[in-house]
Write a protein that binds this ligand. Structure first.
Ligand code: HEC
Length: 171
C-alpha cells in the first residue's frame, strides 16, 4: 500500500516537472530567438550612431599629438634654414659659431648675454636686439668692434626669424 501511494504521488509530480521543463525550454528558445531577431533588426540603426561619436574623440588627440611632434621639427627646420642663410649672406665670413673672434663677435652664447656697447651702455641680446643688429647694425656698435657690418634690411621676415633662431641655437 505504501509503495503504491508513493508511485501515485511521484508520477504526476514527474509529469508536471517534465511539462514545466519542456515549457520553460520551449519558452526560452522562443523568447531567445525572438530577441535575437529583434537585436539583429536593430543593429544597423542602433550601432551606426554609436560608432560615429566613438571615432571622433579618438581622432582629436591624434591631431594634437601630431602638432606637438611638428613643433620641434619646425624649429629644427627653421634653424637649418638660418644656418644656410648665414652662409649664403656671408655672415659666417665675419661671425664664428665656435667662440673665436673674427671681424665681428662670435655668435656662440650670444643670445641672452649682456652686450657692452661702444658708447659705454649695456644691452641684453634678446630677439629685438638681434633683429636690430642685423637690419640696422650701426644702431648699436659692440664695444671693441668696428662698425664694419653692412645692413641686411633686404631680408624677409621669414629669413630674419630663421637667422635669429639659428643664432639662438648656438649656446
Ligand atoms: C663684413 C663683416 C660682417 C658681415 C658680413 C656680417 N656682420 Fe654682423 N657684425 C659685424 C661686426 C663688425 C659686428 C660688431 C659691430 C656692430 O655691433 O655692428 C657685427 C654685429 C652683429 C651682431 C651683434 C653681435 C653682438 O655680439 O652683439 C649680430 C646679431 C650680427 N652682426 C648678425 C649678422 C648677420 C645675421 C649677418 C648676415 C646676414 C651678419 N651679421 C653679417 C660684421 C659683419
Amino acid at each position: 500500500m505504501h509503495n503504491e501511494g508513493r508511485v501515485r504521488v511521484r508520477l504526476p509530480f514527474y509529469l508536471l516537472l517534465l511539462v514545466l521543463l519542456a515549457g520553460v525550454t520551449v519558452g526560452l528558445a522562443g523568447c531567445g530567438g525572438g530577441q535575437q531577431e529583434e537585436a539583429e533588426a536593430e543593429k544597423p540603426a542602433v550601432e551606426q550612431p554609436k560608432e560615429q561619436p566613438k571615432e571622433e574623440p579618438k581622432e582629436e588627440p591624434k591631431e594634437e599629438a601630431k602638432k606637438e611632434q611638428e613643433e620641434p621639427a619646425d624649429l629644427e627646420a627653421l634653424i637649418e634654414k638660418g644656418k644656410q642663410l648665414a652662409q649664403a649672406n656671408g655672415c659666417l665670413g665675419c661671425h664664428s659659431t665656435d667662440g673665436s673672434k673674427l671681424v665681428g663677435p662670435t655668435w656662440k652664447g650670444l643670445f641672452g648675454s649682456e652686450r657692452e656697447l661702444e658708447d659705454g651702455s649695456t644691452v641684453t641680446a634678446d630677439e629685438a636686439y638681434l633683429r636690430e643688429s642685423i637690419v640696422d647694425p650701426n644702431a648699436k656698435i659692440v664695444k671693441g668692434f668696428p662698425p664694419a657690418m653692412p645692413p641686411y634690411s633686404q631680408l624677409s621676415e621669414d629669413e630674419l626669424k630663421a637667422l635669429i633662431e639659428y643664432i639662438k641655437s648656438l649656446k
